[in-house]
Ligand binder design. Structure first.
Ligand code: ADP
Length: 720
C-alpha cells in the first residue's frame, strides 16, 4: 500500500520547542517566587511570635510585682500563705520566661543567662531578707523573755550566773539537690540553665540558738548588767535594721533591674517588631507587584499557549484529514493498479497461452535441427515473458496485501522431485551439475501451498543456475519434526559455485528491484529484480524466514525455513501423483464439452484433446454451451469464463441446477487467464470443480481432466 506522508514544516518543530521552553521558564519563575513567598511566611510567623512575646513580658512584670508584694507581706505579717503565693509567682515567672522566644539576635544570646542570674540573685536576697526579718522579730520576742528572767533574778539574793538561751525558728528558702523535691525556684533555674540536675529551693525550718550569759552580783550590779544588755541588744537591733534596709534596697534594686531588663527587652522587641513590620510591608508590596506582573505575564503566556495548542490541534486535524484523503487515494490507486495489472496479465496470458501451447505441440513433432532451435527460442522467450508477467502480478499482490495462500495436502518429496527434474534440464543446458541433496521421507504429506513452495525453490535454483558459470548447484532439503507433533519445519538450501554477491550488496538483496551490477554484466542477465523480494514475502507471510551468505568469486548460499503442517495421506493426494499411463486410461474415450470463444485456444485445446483420444464438442459462446449440454451427455465440461452471451459462471449455474442428477454433478473445469486468488475462490464457490490457468501446458490440462474424472467416478460410485 502506498502511504502519503506530508513533511511537518520546520516552524512546527520550532513551535513545539518554544512551547517546552516557555513551560520550563514559567516553572523556574514560579519556583523563584515560591522561595520569596516562603520568606514572607517566615516574616509573618516571626511577627506573630513577637506579639506573643510582648504579652508574655507584660505578664512577667506583673508576676514580679506580685512576688515582691507577697515577700514583703510575708515578712510583715509572717503569714505563710504569702510565702506560698511568692513561690507560685516565682514559678509563674519561670514558666513565662521559658515561653518567650528571643527573636532579636543580641537578646537571644544573652537574655536567658541574664534573667537567670537576676532571678537567682533576687531569690537569694529575698531569702536572706526574710531570714533576717524573722531573726529580728525573734530577738525582740526573746528580749521580752529576758525581761521576765531578769525580774526573777532581781528577786534572788545570792550571786548567780544566769544563762539565757533562746531558740529562734525561721522559715528559710534553701537550695537543695534532692531531685524529687524540685520546687518553684529550681524550675526557674532549670528552665534557664536547661540542665537535668538542678538545685531546688526548699522551705526549711532553721533553728538559730542564741545564748546570753549574765552574772547576778547583787541588785545594783544587776541594773547595770541589764542596761548593758539592752544597750547591746539595741546596737544589734540597729545593726540588723541597717542590714535589713540594705537588703531591702538591694532587693528593690534587683526587682527594678529585672523589670528594667524586661522593659528594655520589650522595647528592643517592639523595635524589632516595628522593623519587621516595615520589612513585611515592603515584602508584601514587592510580592504583590510581582504577583501582578506574573499574573499578567501568565495570562498572556496562557493565551499564547492556548493559541499555539489550538493552532497545532487544527494543523494536526488538517494533516490527518489530508493523510486519510491521500491514503484513500493511494489505496484506490493501488487497487486500480492491481486491477490494471490483473487485466493486463489476463490479456497477455491469453495470447501467451497460444504461443507456449503451440510451441510445445510443435516441439513434440519431427523437426529439422534449425526448426527445433527456432521453436526452443519461441518457447524460452514466451516462458520468460510469462515469468515477467507473473512477477509483476505477484509484486502487485503483496503490495496491495492481497497475496493469499492455498491450504491443500500435497506430497512434499514429490513437489521437490518436480522442481529438481525441471530445473535439471536448465542446469544441463548450461553444463552445470545440479546436485540432489534432498533428504525427505517419501511418505510425508503436508498441508500448505505447493505452488508457492515450488515457486520459491525454482526462483532460487533459477538464480543459482543463472549466476553460476561453472561448477555446481546443490539443492538441499531436510525436515525437522517435534515429537508427537504435526508441526514440521522444512529447511531448504540452494548453494552454488557462482559469481557470489558483494558484502555491500548483501543487505539489499531481498529489496524490490535490487540487482548486482557485476553479476548483471558477467551474465548479461536482465531481470526485474523482483524475484528474491517475492520469495522473501512468500516465506515470511507463511511464518518462515530466508537468508543469504555469499563470497564474491566463491558462490552463494540461499536458505529458508518454512513451517508446515503434517497431514493424513488421502485419495486426493495420491491422485496428484498420476503417471502418464494412468492419466491416459482415465481420459481415453471420454466425452468433453469445450466452451471457448478464442479460436486459437480452441485450436490448441482440441489438438491436445485429440492427442489424448478424448471426444469433444466445441461451443464458441455460453448459449451454445448450454444448448449442447442439454442435448448431449458429457463426462466433463471445460469452459472459459469470459464468453459472449453467457459467461462460464452462468453456464455453471445452469448445469448445477439441472434436474438430472448425473448432469448436475458433471465435473466443470474453468479455463481462465484470471490468476487472482479471489477469482479462483469465486469459481470454486459457484460450483466449478477446479481451475486450469492459462497459459497451460499439455500435461497441466490432461492431469486436471484426469483428476476431475477420477474424483467424479468415485463420487458417483459413492452415491449409487
Ligand atoms: P532478478 O533475477 O530478476 O534480477 P532477483 O530478485 O531474483 O531478481 O535477484 C536480484 C539480484 O540478486 C540479481 O539480479 C543478482 O544480481 C543477484 N543474485 C540473485 N541470486 C544470485 C546468485 N545465486 N548468485 C549471484 N547473484 C545473485
Amino acid at each position: 500500500m502506498i502511504k502519503v506522508a506530508r513533511k511537518i514544516p520546520v516552524l512546527r518543530y520550532f513551535l513545539i520547542i518554544s512551547l517546552f521552553s516557555g513551560l520550563f521558564i514559567c516553572s523556574l519563575y514560579l519556583y523563584l517566587h515560591y522561595k520569596k513567598a516562603k520568606a514572607l511566611r517566615s516574616s509573618i510567623e516571626s511577627l506573630i511570635t513577637e506579639r506573643e512575646n510582648s504579652s508574655l513580658i507584660d505578664s512577667c512584670i506583673i508576676s514580679l510585682y506580685s512576688a515582691d508584694n507577697n515577700s514583703r507581706l510575708y515578712t510583715i505579717t509572717g503569714n505563710k500563705a504569702y510565702l506560698t503565693k511568692f513561690s507560685k509567682d516565682i514559678g509563674k515567672i519561670s514558666d513565662v520566661i521559658t515561653k518567650i522566644k528571643f527573636n532579636s539576635k543580641n537578646i537571644a544570646d544573652t537574655a536567658p543567662d541574664k534573667f537567670k542570674n537576676l532571678m537567682k540573685e533576687k531569690a537569694e536576697k529575698t531569702g536572706n531578707y526574710i531570714k533576717l526579718r524573722l531573726l529580728i522579730d525573734s530577738l525582740i520576742k526573746s528580749s521580752m523573755t529576758i525581761n521576765r528572767s531578769l525580774a526573777q533574778i532581781n528577786q534572788k539574793p545570792s550571786k548567780t550566773v544566769v544563762k539565757i538561751e533562746h531558740k529562734v525558728t525561721v522559715d528559710t528558702i534553701k537550695n537543695t539537690d534532692v531531685k524529687t523535691k524540685k520546687k518553684l525556684l529550681g524550675r526557674i533555674f532549670a528552665a534557664f540553665s536547661k540542665k537535668e540536675q538542678q538545685t531546688k529551693p526548699l522551705l526549711v525550718k532553721d533553728t538559730i540558738t542564741q545564748s546570753t550569759t549574765t552574772t547576778n552580783a547583787g541588785t545594783g550590779s544587776n541594773r547595770y548588767a541589764i542596761d548593758n544588755y539592752y544597750k547591746k541588744l539595741y546596737d544589734v537591733n540597729n545593726r540588723l535594721r541597717t542590714n535589713e534596709r540594705q537588703i531591702l534596697i538591694i532587693n528593690n534594686n534587683l526587682i527594678e533591674e529585672i523589670i528594667s531588663s524586661l522593659r528594655l527587652y520589650k522595647s528592643v522587641e517592639q523595635l524589632y517588631v516595628k522593623k519587621s513590620k516595615q520589612e513585611l510591608q515592603g515584602n508584601l508590596s514587592n510580592v504583590y507587584a510581582e504577583f501582578k506582573e506574573v499574573s499578567t505575564m501568565s495570562f498572556i503566556f496562557l493565551i499564547t499557549l492556548l493559541t499555539l495548542v489550538f493552532y497545532n490541534i487544527w494543523k494536526i486535524y488538517r494533516n490527518e484529514k489530508d493523510i486519510i484523503y491521500y491514503s484513500d487515494k493511494a489505496e484506490q490507486y493501488a487497487d486500480s493498479k492491481s486491477r490494471f495489472l490483473a487485466g493486463m496479465s489476463h490479456e497477455i496470458r491469453t495470447p501467451l497461452n497460444s504461443v507456449i501451447g503451440f510451441s510445445e505441440q510443435l516441439g513434440q513433432g519431427h523437426l529439422e535441427p534449425v526448426q527445433r532451435e527456432q521453436i526452443d527460442a519461441i518457447r524460452n522467450s514466451s516462458e520468460m515473458l510469462l515469468e515477467l508477467v507473473n512477477e509483476i502480478l505477484d509484486f502487485s499482490k503483496y503490495e496491495t496485501g492481497k497475496m493469499g495462500f492455498d491450504s491443500a495436502p500435497f506430497m512434499l518429496a514429490h513437489a521437490f522431485d518436480d522442481v529438481f527434474t525441471s530445473m535439471n534440464i536448465h542446469a544441463h543446458k548450461k553444463k552445470l551439475f545440479l546436485e540432489n541433496d534432498i533428504h525427505l521421507d517419501d511418505a510425508i504429506c503436508c498441508e500448505g501451498d505447493k505452488m508457492r513452495l515450488k515457486q520459491v525453490i525454482m526462483n532460487l535454483l533459477g538464480n543459482a543456475i543463472k549466476f553460476t558459470i561453472k561448477g555446481k548447484v546443490t539443492l538441499s532439503a531436510r525436515i525437522e519434526q517435534h515429537k508427537d507433533d504435526d508441526d514440521l519445519l522444512l529447511k531448504v538450501a540452494v548453494t552454488d559455485t557462482g559469481l557470489g554477491i558483494d558484502k555491500n550488496d548483501l543487505p539489499h538483496i531481498f529489496e524490490e528491484f535490487s540487482q548486482v551490477a557485476g553479476a548483471q554484466k558477467a551474465t548479461r542477465h536482465k531481470g526485474t529484480g523482483l524475484g528474491l523480494a517475492i520469495c522473501k514475502k512468500i516465506v515470511e507471510l507463511q511464518g518462515g524466514h530466508i537468508h543469504v551468505t555469499s563470497t564474491v568469486g566463491e558462490g552463494s548460499a540461499f536458505s529458508f525455513e518454512l513451517p508446515l503442517k503434517r497431514c493424513e495421506i488421502d485419495e486426493r493426494v495420491i491422485a496428484q501423483t498420476m503417471t502418464d499411463e494412468v492419466m491416459a486410461e482415465l481420459v481415453n474415450g471420454r466425452h468433453v464439452l469445450f466452451a471457448e470463444d478464442n479460436h486459437l485456444n480452441v485450436l490448441l485445446g482440441t489438438t491436445i484433446l485429440k492427442k489424448w483420444k478424448i471426444n469433444y464438442d466445441v461451443a464458441i459462446n455460453g448459449h451454445d454451451a448450454v444448448m449442447l449440454f442439454e442435448q448431449n451427455k458429457y463426462d466433463l465440461v471445460l469452459t472459459d469464463i469470459q464468453m459472449p452471451e453467457l459467461s462460464g459462471l452462468e453456464v455453471t449455474q445452469i448445469i448445477r441446477n439441472s434436474k438430472n442428477p448425473y448432469k448436475s454433478n458433471v465435473p466443470i473445469l474453468a479455463l481462465t487467464a484470471n490468476v487472482m486468488k479471489e477469482d479462483r475462490d469465486l469459481y470454486l464457490n459457484s460450483g466449478m470443480s477446479d481451475v486450469v490457468l492459462k497459459p497451460f501446458r499439455e500435461k497441466d490440462l490432461i492431469e486436471k481432466i484426469a483428476l476431475a474424472l477420477q474424483n467424479n467416478t468415485a463420487a458417483l460410485r459413492f452415491v449409487s
